[in-house]
Design a protein around this ligand. Structure first.
Ligand SMILES: NC(=O)c1ccc[n+]([C@@H]2O[C@H](COP(=O)([O-])OP(=O)(O)OC[C@H]3O[C@@H](n4cnc5c(N)ncnc54)[C@H](OP(=O)(O)O)[C@@H]3O)[C@@H](O)[C@H]2O)c1
Length: 169
């Protein structure tokens, strides 16, 4: 199983504004992310991201996708193919029959997956914007990760995708 972290970030490393506004994310970026998730057939989301993304009309593209929400709380997921896991490892256990697994934020979830050394590859789509404040790519975990650049791709007129391998300890 390959675990892929997929995120859109500002040039200075934010994934959203402090009020969760991520309207700077381009249509091309969403399409690229959506294709990755639909091809993998699954996505792992933090509870806050799940609450936000399921309100967006584009989320209906994930009708056939198995969604795992990482949370310590107990609640009723919104879809038949949605389930809750209490930790990143438990989330991966629920998806053990998939070849590729997509981890898609937010910051707290990204931090816990990276800290536990569970991410194999990272895709970062660099939105052409700098924000003075915002929610960082990772939050709440203390670690350092070295990366190997596997490739770059231009996905929109002003947008580059970086593809990294995480160097495991
Ligand atoms: N730019 C992008 O590509 C992108 C992608 C995704 C999200 N976002 C943005 O990111 C922001 C949300 O990020 P966030 O960091 O605030 O929240 P988050 O990571 O989406 O969710 C945090 C919650 O998820 C659960 N969780 C995360 N890690 C856990 C772990 N290791 N074990 C158990 N539970 C865990 C906890 O839920 P409980 O409190 O229920 O226990 C925690 O409070 C939003 O603004 C969203 O729009 C941007």
């Amino acid at each position: 199983m390959k675990v892929i972290l997929y995120m859109a970030i500002t040039v200075n490393g934010f994934i959203a504004k402090e009020d969760d506004d991520a309207s700077f994310i381009s249509k091309e970026e969403w399409d690229s992310y959506s294709a990755m998730v639909r091809t993998a057939g699954n996505v792992i989301l933090g509870h806050r991201t799940y609450d936000i993304i399921t309100k967006q009309p584009e989320f209906k593209e994930f009708e056939n996708v198995k969604v795992v929400i990482v949370s310590n709380k107990s609640f009723e997921p919104l879809g038949k193919k949605h389930s809750i896991a209490g930790s990143p490892k438990e989330a991966l256990g629920l998806l053990s029959n998939f070849e590729n697994v997509v981890v898609a934020g937010g910051a707290i979830l990204n931090g816990s997956f990276l800290k536990d050394d569970l991410v194999d590859e990272i895709y970062l789509d660099i939105e052409p914007i700098i924000l003075s404040q915002g929610i960082s790519l990772v939050n709440g975990s203390d670690f350092e990760k070295r990366l190997k650049l596997l490739g770059t791709k231009k996905i929109a007129e002003n947008e580059i995708q970086l593809h990294y391998q995480v160097i495991k300890k």
